[in-house]
Write a protein that binds this ligand. Structure first.
Ligand SMILES: [Fe+2]
Ligand SMILES: [Fe+2]
Length: 372
């Protein structure tokens, strides 16, 4: 049933809802309709998801001052357009300090991994301390994690294609390392140390190729050099810091980092020539593509053209938690914090708390957009 939602997570919006609150503006493009009238094609995001948003030519939000990568206050209605939800924006402006009174909180608006970052971190530390055999390779991994770990926890793994959110690179590396462990127990001739350390380094150059969230844009160095070569530089730097690091292992790892994108047209100067490099490439490819389809399926199910894959894909609806086998409980747990938030929002405001009392809906509307 259509309802009015204030500060509700994007994932909970449904067709017909009137929504208002705050979001990160992740895309903004001025376009023209068939009649030559300007409109804005945008995307709003929060920590739970994103939605296409349109500002039509008759909306006062068309000429208001707000830009991509800014936090904005908005008001609009959710519509179903060609089986996809989109937001038609009535009003929009840059969010300000004063908006904190109305619930503006950046930490709820930066797209983030669904997984618990501390849990991902524990899994990363466990793999690289327990599953890497050679002491010199364990040391390489431990020192790399100690130096780059803080950035790794926060960084996205890509600008748009896959894991493009806070903690995305850590999620990608842990997922690949766990997958790599399985692949090495299946293909026993593979050198597990090389596969695991290759996973750790393969996208490490992204720490410098891309800026941090929320802008998540290419740095000048990133555009000019690219994460493949930058990752290899970081690898050489870390190996050089370990006296007597075996040259043969360093060269094999360098080859893996340089070839992980699989083909020269995908920015790899060499293509995979060792079994471990080939395994790394396919593990990376699998993890990024499954992540892309997962993200697409959360936005819309059914048959759809997938830009990343360049072809149509069919994404059946996500089964309800009770229809899924045991592991699916994770989704339910991940959704729980929002259920709690929603429950808190539904509660009547406490009386006599002065400024801490949440404003009434009319007050929010007036406060957000200068009254109407
Ligand atoms: Fe890569
Ligand atoms: Fe990758």
């Amino acid at each position: 049933m259509p309802k009015t939602l204030r500060n509700a997570p994007i994932r909970d919006w449904e067709a017909g809802d009137n929504v208002q609150g705050f979001a990160l503006l992740t895309k903004k493009e001025q376009r023209q309709d068939r009649n030559g009238k300007s409109f804005l094609d945008m995307e709003l995001a929060d920590s739970t998801g994103s939605m296409v948003a349109k500002v039509w030519s008759d909306s006062p939000a068309l000429n208001a001052a707000y830009e991509t990568h800014q936090f904005v206050a908005f008001r609009g209605s959710v519509k179903n357009y060609r089986d996809q939800l989109q937001l038609n924006i009535d009003e929009c402006r840059q969010a300000s300090e004063a908006d904190r009174h109305y619930g503006f909180d950046e930490s709820k608006l930066i797209p983030s991994t669904r997984e618990d970052i501390d849990d991902l971190w524990r899994r990363l530390e466990r793999i690289y301390s327990e599953d890497v055999e050679r002491p010199v390779m364990r040391r390489l991994a431990a020192e790399t994690i100690a130096i780059h770990g803080k950035a790794l926890r926060e960084h996205p793994a890509a600008k748009a294609m896959h894991h493009a959110y806070r903690g995305g690179l850590l999620e990608h590396v842990v997922s690949m390392a766990e997958l790599g462990r399985l692949v090495c127990s299946h293909y026993r001739e593979l050198d597990r140390d090389l596969v695991l350390v290759g996973v750790l380094f393969h996208d490490l150059g992204k720490l410098k190729e891309l800026g941090a969230m929320p802008a998540n844009d290419y740095t000048l160095e990133g555009r000019l050099i690219g994460h493949v070569v930058m990752g290899r530089d970081l690898l050489i730097e870390r190996c050089a810091a370990i006296p007597g690091f075996p040259e043969d292992l360093r060269i094999l790892l360098e080859h893996m980092v340089l070839s992980h994108q699989g083909k020269k047209e995908f920015a790899s100067p060499v293509e995979p020539m060792t079994p471990e490099a080939l395994a790394l490439h396919f593990i990376d490819d699998l993890d990024s593509k499954i992540n892309q389809l997962r993200n697409s399926r959360e936005a819309a199910t059914g048959m759809q053209f997938h830009r990343g894959l360049g072809r149509y894909v069919y994404l059946p609806p996500i089964p309800l938690p009770e229809e899924m086998p045991a592991a699916a409980g994770i989704e339910a747990i991940a959704a729980e914090p929002h259920a709690l938030e929603m429950a808190e929002m539904e509660m009547p405001p406490e009386e006599g708390v002065g400024d801490a009392t949440p404003p009434e809906p009319a007050e929010i509307q007036a406060g957000l957009f200068g009254g109407e």
